[in-house]
Design a protein around this ligand. Structure first.
Ligand code: NAG
Ligand code: NAG
Ligand code: NAG
Ligand code: NAG
Length: 346
């Protein structure tokens, strides 16, 4: 037990800016957690920590992980507080990460208080940026078909990208949004003039203005992982099949733009576990067509810094709306870990 006097006496004196590290792309002026996987990390000496939330909009789910232990799922944000429980007096590291994506909801981070003092956070040297669509978000990952995607069944920390980064001891930033493509978004049957991924990628918070991301030097990734195309390829009963040449050209433009910001990074282009060569028709051979397109992108850049990660088509065990489940993500993570290890000697 810690008496109230102790708490007041030892209220942390380090300011947020000194003690709190944002994870992923978080605009420091709004402190809004938007992109999946965004969050905060800090280290303190004491027995409890409270993260106060400012604005809470829509629904979100979070993983609270203390001292690298099993994460706690948090989805009830009505108290506007996320607190640790049952910690012994000592040094503790708290990592809070958003499991769900921007479309369901966002929160802003308010004050973070501890009954002790903040210490310096251990910052991983390795950094990975993962750019993608619903696969990279972790859409429906915790569900079993048939099910409805929600903030709670989305599970970004269990996606291939997050798992690979954890296995490699790397910090990671996820820039992903369900339904997005490189040339066009998911064929929903409704007119969709909402932004495509190359446009969204330029944003700091996912709801910020285009070109608002500042590319801070401290966040420059060593590895850039891109998993896009699944939505571009969707068309059945809605629009013409994808022109693969047009897709390849647009992919090259997008990667060229990314490379302008991260010229020294290694690039990992990932095929889609959701595409296969028989659907919608053997003639489309979408899995092979997509892979060839990524190979053409790699050929275009003619650099040993480009790598193909060929994630096989998934089996029949799937999450909501045929999205990869936990096992498929774990298999994808292994492929990505091997590719990154080989290229970066990690
Ligand atoms: C706790 O952290 C502080 C500050 O980083 C350090 O000086 C101290 O040795 C740590 N204590 C333990 C028990 O690890
Ligand atoms: C944060 O703490 C400061 C100083 O203690 C206080 O003035 C402010 O209202 C707090 N903000 C929130 C969002 O709780
Ligand atoms: C496919 O796209 C390429 C590149 O934009 C273009 O040159 C070609 O005419 C397109 N093919 C068809 C059938 O539209
Ligand atoms: C690829 O790069 C190598 C050396 O960096 C160069 O010798 C070769 O001509 C390039 N190939 C093409 C097709 O541009």
């Amino acid at each position: 037990m810690v008496c109230t006097t102790t708490i007041i006496t030892f209220l942390a004196t380090l300011s947020h800016a000194q003690a709190i590290r944002f994870l992923g792309r978080v605009n420091p002026t709004t402190k809004e957690l938007t992109w999946p996987g965004t969050g905060v990390s800090f280290t303190f000496t004491g027995t409890s920590a409270v993260v106060t939330l400012g604005a809470v909009s829509g629904t979100s789910s979070f993983n609270l992980r203390v001292d690298g232990g099993e994460p706690t799922l948090i989805s009830d944000l009505s108290s506007k507080k996320i607190s640790t429980t049952g910690l012994a007096q000592g040094n503790h590291t708290v990592v809070l990460r958003k499991r769900s994506e921007t479309g369901f909801g966002t929160v802003t981070i308010g004050n973070i208080t501890v009954d002790g003092s903040f210490g310096p956070d251990a910052i991983p040297k390795r950094k990975i940026e993962i750019i993608g669509d619903s696969i990279t978000v972790g859409y429906g990952l915790d569900g079993t078909l048939p099910c409805t995607d929600s903030a709670i069944v989305q599970n970004n920390p269990k996606t291939y990208g997050a798992l690979a980064a954890d296995a490699l001891g790397a910090d990671y930033s996820v820039v992903a949004w369900s339904g997005k493509g490189v040339t066009r978004n998911y064929a929903s049957g409704q007119p969709d003039d909402s932004p495509i991924m190359p446009q969204l990628w330029t944003r700091h918070g996912a709801n910020d203005a285009d070109n608002s991301y500042t590319f801070p030097a401290t966040a420059t990734p060593d590895a850039v992982v891109i998993n896009l195309g699944t939505n571009d390829f969707s068309y059945l009963n809605v629009r013409p099949a994808l022109n693969a040449t047009f897709f390849t050209d647009a992919f090259i433009d997008f990667v060229g733009n990314i490379r302008g910001h991260y010229p020294d990074a290694e690039y990992f282009l990932v095929t889609s576990p959701m595409l296969n060569d028989n659907y919608p028709s053997a003639e489309d051979a979408q899995k092979t067509t997509h892979r060839k397109s990524l190979e053409s992108v790699i050929t275009h850049f003619n650099s040993t810094k480009f790598h193909l990660v060929d994630w096989p088509s998934q089996g029949s065990d799937v999450g909501c709306d045929y999205h990869p489940n936990e096992a498929t993500h774990a298999a994808g993570a292994k492929l990505l870990v091997d590719a990154i290890k080989g290229a970066l000697n990690w």
